[in-house]
Design a protein around this ligand. Structure first.
Ligand SMILES: *[C@@H]1O[C@H](CO)[C@@H](O)[C@H](O)[C@H]1NC(C)=O
Ligand SMILES: *[C@@H]1O[C@H](CO)[C@@H](O)[C@H](O)[C@H]1NC(C)=O
Ligand SMILES: *[C@@H]1O[C@H](CO)[C@@H](O)[C@H](O)[C@H]1NC(C)=O
Ligand SMILES: *[C@@H]1O[C@H](CO)[C@@H](O)[C@H](O)[C@H]1NC(C)=O
Ligand SMILES: *[C@@H]1O[C@H](CO)[C@@H](O)[C@H](O)[C@H]1NC(C)=O
Ligand SMILES: *[C@@H]1O[C@H](CO)[C@@H](O)[C@H](O)[C@H]1NC(C)=O
Ligand SMILES: *[C@@H]1O[C@H](CO)[C@@H](O)[C@H](O)[C@H]1NC(C)=O
Ligand SMILES: *[C@@H]1O[C@H](CO)[C@@H](O)[C@H](O)[C@H]1NC(C)=O
Ligand SMILES: *[C@@H]1O[C@H](CO)[C@@H](O)[C@H](O)[C@H]1NC(C)=O
Ligand SMILES: *[C@@H]1O[C@H](CO)[C@@H](O)[C@H](O)[C@H]1NC(C)=O
Ligand SMILES: *[C@@H]1O[C@H](CO)[C@@H](O)[C@H](O)[C@H]1NC(C)=O
Length: 870
């Protein structure tokens, strides 16, 4: 894995200086506190804690047993427990798109006298956060909110009754603690002091809780009375930065160890440094940082009385889950290494999107309007599926768009009053059932405004007035308004009113077929537009951070790196690729450009410029480059598993890629392309998409490579540019070839060919075939309707044929001769994800276990020593 440490210079905008943390934006909830005792100021923070009444509408309140009381501060003493229902949720008002540190604290304290250790799940919105198994647990996560409300849910998984004592939210600066994906789950946070004191608010303006830790046998304590400048992105407390540890033996390394379970869990560390000893003129403190013996950062010297933070911009992993972080003194250094504080987080992915925010607001308004008090009506309405609200149905087939509410059944729910206007906001509704209630008033016109709403049952109520004409005239509408004794009937289509059973079916005029097609077309377009928008919002952002690194190398460095171009990895466009090491340990691939090719030089420039600008997990990363006269080289991250072509053709002599892995590789490559097309400014066309340009790392994660031909295709409002045609025969878009007009759809074509290769494992061009080009061959085989004859025989039928059909259909639409009829890469990503999901649900019974597995952390230092100081 490549490892970058980013050096955060402590340059902070003036804006940030005046934007001091406002504790009134903290949310401090004492769960189970009676409202009449709320709020009170708690020790040790002095912050006002409030009751949870109004944040949750279920559960009972409890209090921890007397003997535990002396060991805890007031917010811990009360708790709320949830004997009823499976999922119970807190709903908190937050600010959308804000990074929050969320802390949830659980002290069992034998509140129920049963002495049963807890065991239940904690969810954040629709996604699992962790499993609570200890009788004294503190969970913390740093999470960016997607909407203005946040659901914290407790889920019963066995006999154990979920409970919670304290819930705390602190908004953070958004530029601090940034993950590549997912959210940060707290692993540890410690400062190096033998005082044993815990530091939190008000010393820490964000109320991070710092545990003191010290190894008396190995370390010496250093402290300063002087003020340390803590102005950087992390705004650490004085008390944390004014103390530090150095090894007792001046030549020893400073070792910090911890274990991570499961071992593959990725984590990020943040080390905070400041020089707090007074250095003499001939003193130097300089050290390197290594992780499990591998170089990761340095040489580094802490700056006198000024805080600097060294952090991972990419997640790390430790072999076997045992991590050893070392600060190693360099030869130049006269002083031992010094460390003031360190934090670490693991990454948890939150794959499930929250339900469409407007739909959530709409259904909550419906809930309020009718005072509905159903046990399942808590948390996210649609997801996860097993907690779908009673009476709802949702569209959540597509994991990359928020689920929407498509059907609402409130029949026989004792509703009274009018048909609430809140339903108007459920704009994705297709079916509405309000039958057998006691609703009064008229049938509102707005029901006709909800475009997709075509099935309405209002029978068995007390509605009056007449059916609005707009409803009656709506095409395809099925409305049942039977058994509303006071309902008048004004139009001819309403003659059925007296009948017992029959519903009002609005006649559909004339050419049903053409209208239906129009509607389907409009619907598809609508869905497509929406999806496009959604995936754009979700698109990864470029990481400015890496740009800070100096990545220009000299030619002699390149020679050292590759041990004089010793080991050839392969041949890329315009040059040979060699294996190398940066900093002695980090593996890289070095492409050395062959001399004297002006075309090669242009491509080199194009690639450096592109790769310095864009960063995406599915684009191969640029570690650096060398430009020294004639000598040009590009240094990439090392992709241990070579290219996709080798794996398809079996030249790598490895086990064949199964269908699921192939789809995953396709999804990842598609995401890379999608990013080039939609995430980059200006957007780019790769122009040379093919299986040899899809590289695989040691985890078989796919990344696109070779951007030498890439071009921007949007110039001042144009949708395409005219260029000299370039690309690889077989993959080249015939329309582009014909017209010279370059658009992103040329990549879509090439990607379609890649998909066909992945599916069939046949050569793109094979002159010995009757139909040499793979597209023609597949087209011919498809007319025979037999998927097995197309599919790679070496898979032995081990695949979900639905997903294969879908993938082949997708590939065929990508290679449509007319570029305008090809899907966009965003649509391709969505479709492929569907294929992958259906293949995985066929293949994966073991996945259920994964989602449950918790991360256990045991620190060889820094335990929660002093509960009273919480
Ligand atoms: C602390 O550091 C910041 C950023 O380098 C600087 O702007 C500020 O003036 C410093 N404060 C003091 C008191 O030196
Ligand atoms: C309370 O804390 C003290 C000191 O940490 C410990 O000895 C005692 O066992 C704790 N009491 C309970 C009931 O946990
Ligand atoms: C949350 O916000 C809603 C609407 O903005 C408001 O009605 C409600 O009172 C707020 N709840 C709390 C606990 O602040
Ligand atoms: C947690 O469990 C341990 C061992 O069963 C017990 O000693 C301790 O007092 C319990 N603490 C709380 C807060 O329930
Ligand atoms: C540290 O190493 C230097 C050079 O190798 C040696 O001269 C010195 O005695 C060592 N100091 C200690 C405390 O071991
Ligand atoms: C740190 O670990 C190294 C082994 O990697 C060991 O040789 C050294 O003694 C340790 N230093 C301390 C201070 O424990
Ligand atoms: C550094 O200078 C001090 C005097 O200022 C002297 O005592 C000390 O021996 C010097 N140390 C080294 C390593 O040269
Ligand atoms: C520290 O890192 C630098 C730069 O990679 C390297 O040259 C040096 O040998 C390293 N020193 C030690 C003691 O590891
Ligand atoms: C919901 O029902 C529970 C008991 O079933 C009751 O205690 C609670 O007050 C009700 N809430 C509302 C808002 O009616
Ligand atoms: C519907 O949504 C709009 C915008 O989100 C909001 O202003 C309005 O109050 C909502 N109406 C109802 C009845 O919920
Ligand atoms: C329906 O509501 C009306 C008026 O609110 C009331 O008179 C009637 O008894 C209710 N009927 C039922 C079945 O609840």
């Amino acid at each position: 894995m490549e490892r970058y440490f980013m050096f955060i210079a402590t340059c902070v905008l003036i804006l940030h200086l005046v934007q001091a943390q406002d504790p009134t934006r903290f949310i401090n909830v004492d769960c189970g506190l009676p409202p009449h005792e709320s709020p009170y100021n708690a020790l040790p923070t002095g912050l006002p804690y409030t009751s949870d009444a109004g944040l949750v509408n279920s559960g009972k309140t409890g209090i921890i047993a007397k003997e535990f009381e002396p060991n805890y501060t007031k917010p811990f003493l009360r708790l709320r427990y949830f004997p009823d229902g499976v999922r119970n949720c807190y709903s908190l008002n937050v600010t959308r798109d804000t990074s929050y540190m969320i802390k949830a604290k659980f002290v069992y304290g034998n509140y129920d006298g049963l002495k049963i250790d807890p065991n239940f799940d904690l969810y954040l919105g629709p996604n699992i956060w962790t499993t609570v198994t200890s009788n004294d647990t503190r969970e913390e996560i740093i999470h960016v909110t997607k909407s203005n409300s946040l659901q914290v849910c407790l889920v019963k998984t066995g006999i154990s009754i979920p409970f919670i004592n304290v819930l705390e939210l602190r908004p953070l600066r958004k530029t601090a603690y940034v993950t590549e994906s997912g959210s940060f789950k707290f692993l540890f946070r410690t400062y190096f002091s033998n005082s044993g004191l815990k530091i939190r608010y008000p010393d820490d303006i964000y109320d991070r809780e710092w545990n003191a830790f010290f190894l008396e046998k190995s370390w010496a304590q250093v402290t300063t009375n002087l003020n340390v400048n803590v102005t950087n992105n992390y705004e650490l407390p004085q008390g944390v930065m004014a103390t530090g540890a150095i090894p007792l033996n001046a030549n020893a390394t400073m070792n910090i160890t911890w274990t991570i379970d499961p071992p593959t869990t990725k984590f990020y560390s943040y080390m905070h440094f400041a020089e707090i000893q007074t250095l003499r003129a001939n003193d130097t403190r300089e050290f390197n940082v290594t992780l499990n013996g591998k170089y990761s950062y340095g040489p580094y010297s802490p700056v006198p009385l000024k805080t600097e933070t060294v952090l991972d911009v990419k997640p790390e992993q430790c072999e076997d889950g045992a991590c050893l972080l070392q600060l190693v003194k360099t030869s130049k250094s006269t002083l031992p290494p010094l460390l003031n504080a360190i934090e670490a987080f693991t990454v948890i992915d939150f794959p499930q999107m929250e339900t469409n925010e407007d739909d959530v607001a709409g259904i909550k308004n419906v809930q309020d309007a009718y005072g509905l008090n159903k046990t399942t009506w808590q948390g996210d309405p649609c997801v996860p599926k097993q907690f779908l609200w009673d009476g709802l149905n949702c569209n959540n087939s597509d994991i990359s768009t928020p689920p929407t509410i498509t059907s609402l059944d409130l029949s026989a729910s004792g509703l009274t009053g009018i048909i609430t206007h809140a339903i108007h906001n459920l704009t994705h509704l297709q079916k509405l059932d309000l039958s057998n209630n006691n609703l009064t008033g008229v049938i509102p016109e707005f029901l006709a405004d909800i475009n997709s709403l075509l099935v309405i049952d209002l029978s068995g109520n007390n509605l009056s007035g007449s059916v609005p004409p707009s409803l009656l005239q709506k095409k395809g509408m099925k409305l049942n308004a039977d058994n509303n004794p006071h309902l008048l009937c004004t139009t001819s289509s309403c003659v059925n009113i007296g009948h017992k059973k029959k519903s009002i079916i609005v006649p559909v005029v004339a050419s049903i077929a053409s209208i239906a097609i129009f509607f389907i077309g409009a619907l598809v377009l609508f869905i497509v537009l929406r999806k496009k928008k959604a995936s754009k919002v979700e698109g990864p952002q470029s990481q400015k951070a890496i740009m800070a690194k100096n990545r220009r190398f000299t030619y002699s460095e390149v020679m050292t790196m590759t041990n004089n171009f010793q080991r050839v990895l392969g041949k890329g466009g315009f040059g040979i690729v060699y294996h190398g090491f940066v900093n002695g340990t980090e593996q890289v691939a070095v492409k050395k450009l062959s001399h004297s090719s002006s075309q090669g030089f242009k491509q080199f420039k194009a690639e450096v410029e592109l790769l310095l600008r864009v960063h995406h997990k599915n684009l191969v990363g640029l570690v650096g480059y060398c430009e020294e006269g004639e000598n040009l080289a590009l240094i990439y991250e090392y992709m241990a598993n070579g290219d996709l072509k080798e794996h398809m053709s079996g030249t790598r002599n490895r086990s064949i890629l199964n269908w699921g892995t192939r789809l995953k590789i396709a999804v990842e490559s598609a995401q890379g392309l999608e990013y080039l097309h939609n995430g980059c400014k200006p957007p780019m066309v790769h122009r040379d998409v093919k299986t040899t340009n899809i590289l695989l790392n040691e985890h078989f994660e796919a990344k696109l490579a070779d951007f030498g031909l890439s071009r921007s295709f949007l110039i001042e409002g144009q949708t395409h540019v005219s260029t000299v045609v370039a690309g690889t025969p077989g993959y080249l878009d015939p329309e582009y070839y014909r017209t010279n007009w370059l658009t992103e759809k040329s990549d879509v074509y090439s990607f379609g060919i890649v998909l066909l290769e992945i599916t069939t494992n046949r050569p793109v061009i094979d002159q010995s075939r009757e139909n040499p080009h793979i597209a023609e061959w597949v087209g011919l085989m498809l007319t025979k309707g037999d998927i097995t004859s197309i599919m790679d025989p070496s898979l032995n039928g081990d695949y979900d044929s639905g997903s294969v059909w879908k993938a082949v259909e997708l590939a065929m639409s990508c290679i449509n001769p007319s570029s305008t009829r090809r899907p966009t890469m965003s649509q391709v990503v969505i479709e492929l994800n569907d294929c992958l999901a259906s293949e995985n649900s066929r293949a994966g019974a073991s996945r259920d276990m994964d989602s449950k597995s918790s991360i256990e952390v045991s620190l060889t230092f820094g335990t929660d020593v002093n509960p009273t100081a919480r």
